[in-house]
Design a protein around this ligand. Structure first.
Ligand SMILES: [Mg+2]
Length: 379
């Protein structure tokens, strides 16, 4: 029986190369709570929880969640699923659940000397096309510039994601198409911008004529309006329509199934509350013949890696949108690569991410990283 010897929680703020704008706001840094668990044999698991509005979470709720955890004795750490069910399931903040759950799966991989994806007991390792996102920029020139830069940085990209805002989207997509090579597939992410599904459908159809292959249309309609989502899903016959903001956890997948509201869902670990609940969502997706993408919030590499580990062994995951680690100053090692348009994972134990102290200290000195200890318990 293995037990945890130490738990550390730190708040991590990392500056982005460039501010990032989507339909609901602009961000200049990524932050999260880094959860580090050490077992009595000295194995270390690292996870990350990032509270986000989409999951009805907040930094305060997460802080309350961490400080509300009590440990009368060193917790057992033989099984991440058992740990989730016993210790995490009832915690309100998805970020707290997610940070711990990722750390426990990382630890389990290290204890067993295998990449974590091998513990999911799924299919063979197979990478999926990964999108990189053109965000909302103030001008068409800036939009075209960003699309060109993405192609320059990732020449083997097969999938580009375009953020839509509900206004000027056709022009924005035309500006992108004018500067990128032919043969790309696209994900259109409207982040709920189209309140009228019939109008949304007409715009998507126009964009399709410009871009060609649309692989996924993500959350075109407001999150609570399942009827509007179902309506646009019924109308669109040239792409899959996926729920993102409308699908936080397992119950939402069931609602989408029951109301035939989408062809699939965008699963994000920070919404779901970790790997364990995301695996349960995927089981439901598979059972009902839907498909899924694995996406991320503005997350640091430890969390992005966790999503990538799920994606490579789950056949119902057809694309990934895992790119939030790419624009960050590195504060450690990562087993996560990006090759031939797909996220790849090196064959090393656990999730393959760790903070390296010299790099982190250097980043801190330069003002790219701010750290603060939230909790440090030794048993
Ligand atoms: Mg989305």
């Amino acid at each position: 029986m293995k037990r945890i010897a130490r738990i550390q929680i730190q708040r991590f703020d990392v500056l982005l190369d460039e501010p990032y704008t989507v339909a609901y706001g602009t961000f200049d840094r990524e932050f999260g709570y880094l959860v580090t668990v050490t077992d009595t044999d000295g194995n270390v698991g690292v996870g990350l929880g990032t509270p986000c509005d989409e999951a009805y979470d907040s930094p305060q709720l997460a802080l309350d969640g961490f400080s509300g955890m009590t440990f009368e004795e060193p917790p057992m750490c033989d099984s991440p699923i058992a740990f989730y069910n016993e210790r995490l399931r009832d915690i309100k903040s998805p970020a707290v659940r997610c940070g711990f759950d990722i750390a426990m799966w990382d630890l389990a991989g290290k204890q067993q000397g295998t990449p974590t994806y091998n513990l999911f007991a799924r299919g063979a390792y197979r990478v999926k096309p990964n999108s990189v996102t053109v965000c909302i920029k103030p001008t068409l020139q800036a939009t075209a510039h960003e699309a060109r830069e993405i192609i320059r940085k990732y020449p083997h990209l097969s999938l580009m994601k375009i953020k839509l805002s509900g206004e000027g989207d056709v022009e924005r997509c035309q500006a992108i198409r004018d500067v990128v090579p032919s043969g790309l597939g696209y994900i259109l992410d409207a982040n709920q911008a189209y309140t009228d599904p019939d109008h949304g459908f007409r715009v998507m159809k126009q964009i399709r004529e410009i871009l060609g292959e649309i692989v996924v249309i993500e959350q075109p309609t407001p999150r609570e309006d399942i009827e509007a989502l179902a309506r646009i899903t019924k109308l669109v016959n040239f792409s899959k329509v996926y729920a993102d903001e409308s699908c936080v956890g397992e119950a939402d997948v069931q609602t989408i199934v029951d109301r035939s509201a989408a062809h699939g869902v965008n699963i994000k670990l920070q919404k779901a509350g970790g790997i364990t609940p995301a695996l349960a969502m995927l089981a439901l997706v598979e059972k009902h013949n839907l498909t899924a993408m694995l996406g991320c919030m503005m997350e640091l590499p430890m969390a992005v890696a966790a999503a990538a580990h799920i994606s490579v062994v789950h056949d119902s995951v057809v694309v990934t949108d895992l790119d939030s680690d790419l624009a960050l100053f590195s504060v450690g090692k990562t087993a996560l690569g990006f090759s031939e348009g797909a996220r790849t994972i090196q064959d090393i134990s656990g999730l393959g991410c760790a903070v390296e102290e010299p790099l982190a200290a250097e980043a801190e000195k330069r003002g790219w990283l701010a750290r603060e200890s939230v909790l440090d318990i030794s048993f």
